[in-house]
Design a binder for this molecule. Structure first.
Ligand code: 5GP
Length: 175
């Protein structure tokens, strides 16, 4: 396996600050903002991003399972656990690590819409538009990347590599 750096920690930090500023501006005056962390991949991004947001908001956590172990989507996405409560009439901002085929976010949106939120938006650290199978609109994107498998900054391969401070491409074909 070969790891090749793609986005270093300084670029990530700068972009997270920019996203935080955009979110601060867009949600100014919002009374019921809820930020939803999608576990497990987005926990590092979530932890950094929320500290750039100076508004009042609550945090919720939803665990999805879309990849088993490997680099290809299993094609089925399940909500494994969710801590949501009283989010009717809230402004929900979903914080994702990466949108790939769009399957996970589509299923998640259906689930969240069933709670009748006032608004529903998504902020994703990474976007792989060339892999899309479902048309989804992402309101805030950190970085658009090519069709390559990445790890680090919370993203894993078989639960490993989440601790890498930089986002790296993982090439399984190389020794
Ligand atoms: P989607 O349902 O959009 O195909 O996939 C979304 C989920 O697949 C992400 O939340 C993430 O868990 C996983 N995923 C997609 N692409 C990658 C990738 O390049 N690296 C890692 N580590 N996970 C990915």
């Amino acid at each position: 396996m070969k790891l090749t750096p793609l986005i270093d920690r300084r670029r990530i930090q700068k972009r997270v600050e920019e996203l935080g500023s955009e979110i601060n501006a867009d949600y100014t005056g919002c009374q019921n903002l809820v930020l939803v962390c999608i576990l497990r991949g987005s926990f590092v991004f979530f932890a950094d991003l929320i500290r750039q947001i100076s508004l009042s908001f609550s945090c919720e956590f939803i665990q999805l399972e879309s990849y088993g172990c490997g680099v290809d989507s299993s094609g089925s996405v399940k909500i494994i656990s969710s801590s949501l409560d009283n989010i009717e009439n809230s402004d929900i901002l979903v914080i994702e690590d990466i949108v790939d085929t769009g399957l996970s976010i589509t299923i998640l949106y259906d689930y969240l819409l069933s709670f009748s939120p006032r608004s529903l938006k998504c902020c994703s650290l990474l976007d792989k538009p060339s892999r899309r199978q479902q048309p989804v609109s992402i309101n805030y994107v950190g970085f658009s990347i090519e069709n390559q498998f990445v790890v680090g900054y919370g993203l894993d391969y078989d639960q490993f590599y989440r601790n890498l401070p930089d986002i790296c491409v993982l090439d399984l074909s190389k020794p």
